[in-house]
Design a protein around this ligand. Structure first.
Ligand code: ZN
Length: 318
């Protein structure tokens, strides 16, 4: 029998696969969640950014995630954290806490960046969106940090020449220089760091012309600021965009002392909300995400709700 959490994820998905931030579809998901919040004994409110809160009492401890989604979304990314928080709040009827659904995470995060008060703790349950927990045979993982990111477009200048008449030793081939750079990007990361060239533009881009100018897009991520500095240095580029690594709190570690520890390579609301702790739930189907095949089992979701309930109970004890 499917759990209520899984049924509710299906109901949110039935509104629309793509629930863009601040769209009618995201509004409808917020309305649905608001009803479940009231059922769980929470008082519903919204802030200026449109974030949805279900509060009980002083509500200094928050749990939640987001209800917007990407065009190719599955059922779990974001929605799982909101549904799990409502379940946990319902199991703790005498505790002062808040469930929150942040606006427009996928295109920002826009909502969580504009909160008007700082919680003493923010707890987020999220599908892993990767294969690590499945590989370990573990249902849940405690996230220690969300990786910092550095990005830039790196340009290589050469000289356009005739591909037939220019001897090999007389060329300044921008694409060959870019290719050496791409191999350096692959070789540079150590530990949990990662680096990627995901886009490339070749000019003039003709089969019979030596490339004169090449632009590559590099994306580098690492668990700490120090490791990100070292990675940027090893690759050798000047970041145009840099997002700081965010260390996560120990709210889930306190109730899951033996669970594996992970670094999140993807950004989440927990990256911008102060005093955040993040719990990952095992992704099945090879860790596929932002795709309809994205999946966590009902059993694993139930374990995550149990862990969230225990963590909230500990933090809100009278
Ligand atoms: Zn998400």
């Amino acid at each position: 029998m499917p759990s209520r959490a899984i049924e509710r994820l299906e109901q949110i998905y039935a509104i629309a696969q793509h629930r863009a931030g601040y769209s009618a579809e995201e509004d409808a998901a917020h309305e649905l969640a608001a009803g479940w919040m009231r059922e769980a004994g929470l008082e519903v409110s919204r802030d200026a950014a449109g974030n949805l809160f279900g509060k009980r009492g002083a509500a200094r401890v928050w749990a939640g995630s987001h209800l917007d989604s990407v065009p190719t979304a599955g059922r779990f990314d974001g929605a799982l954290g909101v549904v799990a928080a409502i379940e946990a709040a319902g199991r703790l009827p005498d505790r002062e806490l808040a469930v929150v659904a942040f606006r427009a995470e996928e295109t920002g995060p826009m909502g969580s960046k504009r909160i008007e008060e700082t919680p003493d703790a923010y707890l987020e349950v999220h599908i892993e969106q990767g294969p690590v927990l499945a590989g370990l045979g573990e249902p849940l993982g405690v996230v220690t940090s969300i990786a910092g990111q550095a990005r830039a477009a790196v340009v290589f200048e050469g000289r356009a020449d005739h591909a037939g008449t220019t001897p090999m030793d007389a060329r300044e081939d921008a694409l060959v220089a870019a290719a050496e750079f791409i191999l350096r990007v692959r070789a540079a990361p150590v530990g949990a760091a990662v680096a990627t060239v995901g886009a490339i533009e070749v000019e003039p881009g003709a089969v019979n012309v030596v490339p004169a100018r090449v632009t590559v897009a590099v994306d580098a991520r690492a668990p700490t600021e120090e490791e990100l500095d070292a990675l940027v240095e090893a690759i050798g580029f000047e970041p145009a965009v840099r997002n700081r690594a965010a260390q996560m709190g120990d709210a889930f570690a306190a109730v899951l002392p033996d669970a594996p520890r992970l670094v999140s390579g993807a950004g989440h609301d927990a990256m911008v909300v102060p005093n955040a702790s993040l719990l990952f739930v095992r992704s099945l189907n090879g860790g596929v995400s932002h795709h309809p095949d994205e999946l966590s089992s009902a059993e694993d979701v139930e374990l995550a709700v149990d862990a969230l309930t225990a963590a909230l109970a500990r933090l809100t004890a009278p």
